[in-house]
Design a protein around this ligand. Structure first.
Ligand SMILES: NC(=O)C1=CN([C@@H]2O[C@H](COP(=O)(O)OP(=O)(O)OC[C@H]3O[C@@H](n4cnc5c(N)ncnc54)[C@H](OP(=O)(O)O)[C@@H]3O)[C@@H](O)[C@H]2O)C=CC1
Ligand SMILES: O=C(O)[C@H](O)CS(=O)(=O)O
Length: 486
């Protein structure tokens, strides 16, 4: 069981209108540790009725929350941030227990998640408008920005803390109120955030967490006209559905969806740096991030040496329960994730790829999997088109810069991309030619609260973090004042 310093952070009820609630019918859903399969506890299996009440609470809380000054909201958010830091160990333990990632990564996620609250506490005070030179005498034109209203946030299991704060931070800073539906596999991080929100002085109804039947909850969140904004992070498939469901009430929408990140290594790259970057980009969270490298495109002249060095480094990664000291690769989230990894490896090998590291379920059993490197991978293989979302690094070979760019862009996704080169001309040519929302240049880890995170094409809409992120939660209002005389 969990040994938290502050047991009150482990919550098995939903948080609605400032109170801890069970589902109307008392239904619950089991939450398990993906490493051991052991039950951690349950959370309420709520549906449309409870969600309606959460939305009503958020709507009722909105006028008072938006009426606070930016400085007042900033101070409360800052307190929430400081509480997250003070409880980092407990939040990290909850996260590793329910999601499986190594404790070191979970601690990092808590800091990353908290950084969005810190950042947007500051941004709250910088929501500026405009004055516009009047086009006609006697008028004055002004632009102001106002909060969009009640926000629905639906978040995935792979970053159960940071994907919530990356939405709630700007939303609350802008003066909006929020209803969160976390992933059913990882609800406890969200509920702990609600407990700390209450302690921080975030008023009842401003921040709500509902767990349960995704379709029913999502159906209410997307259909209820009181919800004016939907922010979703998860698969492209579900993102499309939610976008369609939101159309009837014309909601503002932000989507952070799937990816198929290329990682290009040119022959002028620093190979040690490229190997380190590939490890960081590919195997973080056991390959379960939307910005993980999904395809490695390696120039022919250095292909064999890069493959050798990468296979050697990957073979040294420690696969272990997230709580085991030194663990670098935790379990995959569930059996379906393992099945997808096995299917991608099987398809590639059947079509001529070679396994140069790993390649099968780990001896630990369960959903642990050997970190894997595949060589001689070609565009006909499933790994070229589908997001593996697991610890598999498929190596494709290319000859020319033009070929690398064509291969890299040959996907409906456009979230993150990476390349390694020390040629300044090539760096600018390739960075400008890649059709992605984000480009790592000689860097494998690029996510930060200060930069705009997001994709193009079918990887999503909008940006999270940075000065751009708060715009997603604001409406622009134009004031035209007449009758002012000469
Ligand atoms: N671009 C990005 O930043 C990210 C993208 N992803 C992508 O998401 C996928 C893996 O994450 P995963 O969590 O499985 O994605 P899913 O899209 O299955 O789930 C994401 C969230 O959506 C909820 N959900 C599922 N179906 C519905 C529905 N019909 N109506 C409303 N909500 C619904 C889930 O609830 P429940 O858990 O109850 O099913 C969960 O909270 C990968 O493709 C990955 O690339 C993941 C993280 C970040
Ligand atoms: O959910 C994800 O995969 C995150 O968006 C990736 S990151 O922001 O932690 O890099």
């Amino acid at each position: 069981m969990l040994n938290l310093n502050d047991a009150a952070l482990f919550r098995q009820q939903c948080y609605i209108d400032g109170a801890w609630r069970d589902a109307d019918g008392g239904g619950t859903q089991r939450v398990a540790n993906p490493s051991t399969g052991a039950a951690l506890g349950t959370t309420p299996r709520m549906g449309a009725a409870e969600t309606r009440r959460a939305i009503a609470a958020a709507e009722a809380a909105w006028p008072a929350w938006r009426a606070k000054t930016a400085k007042e909201r900033a101070a409360i958010l800052r307190t929430w941030y400081e509480l997250m830091l003070a409880h980092q160990e407990d939040l990290a333990a909850l996260l590793t227990a329910e999601q499986g990632k190594p404790l070191a990564e979970a601690r990092g996620e808590i800091l990353y998640g908290a950084s969005f609250i810190e950042w947007f506490a500051e941004e709250a005070k910088r929501i500026y408008g405009d004055t516009i030179p009047q086009p006609a005498a006697g008028r004055r034109l002004v632009v102001v920005k106002q909060p969009v209203g009640v926000v629905a946030a639906i978040t995935p299991w792979n970053f159960p803390n940071a994907m919530i704060t990356r939405k709630a931070g700007p939303a609350l800073a802008a003066g909006c109120t929020v209803v969160v539906k976390p992933a059913s596999q990882t609800p406890y991080s969200a509920l702990a955030l609600a407990e700390l929100a209450a302690r921080a002085g975030i008023p009842r109804g401003v921040f709500n967490v509902v767990t349960g039947a995704a379709g029913a909850i999502g159906g209410e969140l997307t259909a209820n006209p009181a919800v004016r904004k939907l922010s979703f992070t998860g698969s492209t498939e579900i993102g499309r559905e939610l976008m369609a469901q939101s159309a009837a009430t014309v909601k503002k929408i932000s989507l952070e969806l799937g990816g198929n990140a290329p990682f290009i290594v040119f022959d002028d790259a620093d190979l040690d740096a490229a190997v380190a970057g590939a490890i960081a980009s590919k195997y973080r969270n056991t390959g379960q991030t939307c910005v993980c490298t999904n395809r490695l495109l390696v120039q022919a002249g250095i292909y064999d040496e890069f493959a050798r060095r990468l296979a050697e480094a990957v073979s040294g990664l420690k696969v272990a329960d997230g709580f085991e000291p030194g663990s670098q690769q935790g379990p995959l989230i569930d059996e379906a994730a393992v099945a997808k990894v096995e299917a991608h490896i099987g398809d590639a090998v059947a079509k001529g790829a070679r396994i140069v590291a790993g390649g099968k379920r780990h001896a630990l059993g369960g959903t642990f999997f050997e970190p894997t490197v595949l060589a001689d991978v070609t565009p006909e293989m499933a790994v070229a088109r589908e997001e593996t979302f697991g610890p598999v690094a498929p190596l494709f070979r290319f000859d020319t810069e033009e070929e690398a760019i064509r291969l890299a862009n040959d996907t409906e996704f456009g979230l993150a991309s990476y390349f390694y080169s020390r040629d300044i001309g090539r760096v600018w040519r390739v960075a400008e030619a890649l059709e992605y929302g984000m480009v790592g240049i000689n860097e494998g880890l690029i996510s930060t609260e200060v930069a705009p995170f997001g994709g193009i094409k079918q990887s999503g809409l909008g940006r999270e973090g940075s000065k751009y992120g708060i715009e997603e939660y604001l409406e622009v209002k134009y004031l035209c004042m007449g009758g002012i005389g000469a």
